[in-house]
Write a protein that binds this ligand. Structure first.
Ligand SMILES: [Zn+2]
Ligand SMILES: [Zn+2]
Length: 131
């Protein structure tokens, strides 16, 4: 089992490692809701996730429901009973061990920020550039 939580810890969860797939989503809904260039997701059957605490649910589209911590704002889950019945997407950045679920694909790249395509080629620093 894997565990995860929001930043403040008001919401914690446990989930199976048996996920259907792991993706980095570049859609504008994920980007804007997370306030981040892309969002990592792992899709699992809803019964394989146990949630402690009460996420706030935001209707981000007609059937899309984004669950986040109403105290610290961390995005946690996505549910769409219309298109993905019985499934839940978990934001992999909230796992205690995010390395456990490597991303397998980029999705929704039609909406990707153009500079994200080459972001892996940018100069990298262990902390900050020496000033
Ligand atoms: Zn929180
Ligand atoms: Zn998305």
């Amino acid at each position: 089992m894997l565990s995860g939580r929001c930043h403040c810890g008001a919401i914690t969860y446990a989930m199976s490692e048996e996920v259907m797939h792991c993706a980095l989503c570049h859609c504008s809904d994920c980007r804007r809701h997370a306030g981040a260039p892309m969002v990592g997701w792992a899709m699992v059957r809803a019964e394989q996730v146990t949630i402690e605490g009460e996420p706030t649910v935001y209707h981000s589209s007609e059937h899309g429901r984004r669950h986040f911590c109403g105290r610290c704002g961390t995005g946690l889950f996505y549910v769409n009973e219309q298109t993905l019945p019985g499934l839940i997407d978990v934001q992999t950045g909230t796992l205690d061990t995010p390395e456990a679920l490597p991303a397998q694909v980029h999705i929704q790249v039609a909406e990707r920020i153009a500079w994200m395509e080459d972001a892996h080629q940018l100069p990298a620093f262990a902390r900050y550039p020496a000033g």
